[in-house]
Design a protein around this ligand. Structure first.
Ligand SMILES: [Zn+2]
Length: 330
């Protein structure tokens, strides 16, 4: 990605970042907030690359110097990314980060660290980071990436500059990706929605597992629509054999949620045509015919509850069985 690619969709943010680089007025902490994390992270990486580049043109990184190549291969010691460990970012992780920052810094004055899903910092983690914000030292830049900025501590928000990204046109992204990888638009859109990173979405599209996951979600809906009494049996015989770990289960549930949301759209808006699972028009029809708006909304809420339980480390199998009961009850 280059700044020129960013200008069209994020004109203001692109300007703010480029100006800060060119005028040498980069702050010590930014919050990148928006609806699609991979894009926010890619922009954070571009920001860092521009700062490390040995011969930028304006703010645009050259792409060929030693540091640009190191950034591309994620092999640069002064650039650190922190991701949640399970459901949260813990105090120990922030302490490790701060200790890494103080030990490193050998290759230049500039150090950039990016915190993914920053809203998942525990209060203790956020407080450790805040102490650091008070005396960040020269050249250190924090980029906190989040899709839920309202969940950050107010003290964090007030000490960082917030850049709110405009919503991403996922439709366009999915079109580009489906052309690039020669897969269907449906599959590209679903992968982009359920995987938090581009690379993971791309990898999923190359794998049979994801294609089968799609098929199983359709089967789940068929069972729920035509033979709801067989739901538990379906869970045990089919679903649980495919969606095994916590993350696989999350993917399955989120795919199902996308279906439910499209069904809800169909129910509340006359002449709405679902944009996803487009091959399943007749199943959509049958599904919404015998369900009230409230019933579909309750199903979505049940899926949310299930995802929350997974994040709280409840066993995936139990989580899905509980969901099956909830869905059967309606
Ligand atoms: Zn360069």
């Amino acid at each position: 990605m280059r700044f020129q690619d960013l200008v069209e969709s994020q004109t203001v943010i692109s300007k703010v970042i480029q100006n800060s680089i060119v005028m040498n007025k980069v702050g010590h902490a930014y919050i990148f907030s928006g609806d699609y994390e991979p894009f926010l992270i890619e922009t954070a990486q571009l920001f860092a690359k521009a700062l490390f580049c040995e011969s930028p043109e304006g703010a645009e990184p050259c792409g060929v110097c030693r540091n640009c190549r190191r950034m591309d291969s994620k092999n640069i010691v002064d650039y650190i990314e922190v991701e949640p460990d399970g459901a949260s970012i813990k105090k120990e992780q922030i302490q490790q980060l701060l200790s890494d920052l103080s030990l490193r810094g050998a290759e230049g004055d500039r150090q950039v660290y990016v915190i993914h899903q920053a809203h998942k910092m525990t209060t203790q983690a956020a407080n450790s980071l805040l102490k650091f914000f008070e005396e960040p030292g020269v050249g250190k830049l924090a980029i906190l990436v989040t899709t839920q900025p309202q969940l950050l501590l107010p003290t964090i928000r007030s000490r960082a500059q917030q850049l709110a990204f405009r919503p991403i046109d996922r439709t366009k992204l999915a079109e580009t990706m489906s052309e690039e990888l020669a897969c269907t638009y449906d599959m590209a859109y679903l992968a982009l929605t359920v995987y938090p990173k581009w690379e993971e979405a791309k990898e999923a599209l190359h794998q049979e597992w994801f294609v089968q996951a799609y098929g199983l979600v359709v089967q789940l809906i068929e069972v729920l629509t035509k033979r709801p009494q067989e739901l538990i049996l379906f869970a045990q015989e089919k679903w649980l054999g495919h969606f095994k770990g916590r993350n696989e289960m999350r993917v399955g549930l989120e795919l199902f949620e996308i279906w439910l949301e499209e069904a809800l759209n169909m129910k509340v808006r006359d002449s709405y045509t679902p944009k996803i699972f487009t091959n399943e028009a007749s199943l959509y029809g049958e599904f919404v015919q015998n369900r009230s708006v409230q019933k579909i909304a309750r199903a979505i809420e049940s899926v949310h509850d299930a995802i929350r339980r997974l994040e709280a480390n409840v066993n995936p199998q139990l989580t899905f069985e509980r969901l099956s009961f909830d869905l059967q009850k309606g």
